[in-house]
Design a protein around this ligand. Sequence first.
Ligand SMILES: [Fe+2]
Ligand SMILES: [Fe+2]
Length: 177
Amino acid sequence: MQARGPLMIEHRLIERMLSVIQDVLKKIETKHEVDPVFVDVAVDFIRMYADRTHHGKEEDILFRELKNKTLSIEDRRVMNELIEEHVFGRQTTKALVAANTRYRAGDETALTDVAGNLRTLIEFYPKHIEKEDKRFFPSSRAYFTEEEDQAMLAEFWEFDRQMIHEKYKSVVEGFQK
Ligand SMILES: [Fe+2]
Ligand SMILES: [Fe+2]
């Protein structure tokens, strides 16, 4: 498998979660309510899986390695865009959490913000994924030898191995704050 393999497999699961969110958004529009626990679960997926585990491998390993290469102007521009989009995803998730907190406390006007931030996520993510799958991953592969690509893949597996421990350590620490 090439190093981009796990990243593309993760994209497919992220897309499935986006489709779940899409269905929930339709229900919000017809019923004018949302289960705040669903939002908690979606936020956990986005933060722990899409951001920490997935963007983590992209930024901490793939982009780090690409920074040692002489990228074309176009590839460097796209990489910077991808980094900015990750930041935008984090900001939107933070706004979603704030809106969900207000909604849970009884502020019904917060429903618009919960729905708006969920919609922003489902609209922006597919374009980000497509940019990586179809443009950035194929063109960035050309900067690496087979050995370098396999070394990144090995580092990806090690990165993933640590995630389950990080996740549950954070759960325990959350209770002991
Ligand atoms: Fe990304
Ligand atoms: Fe990605």
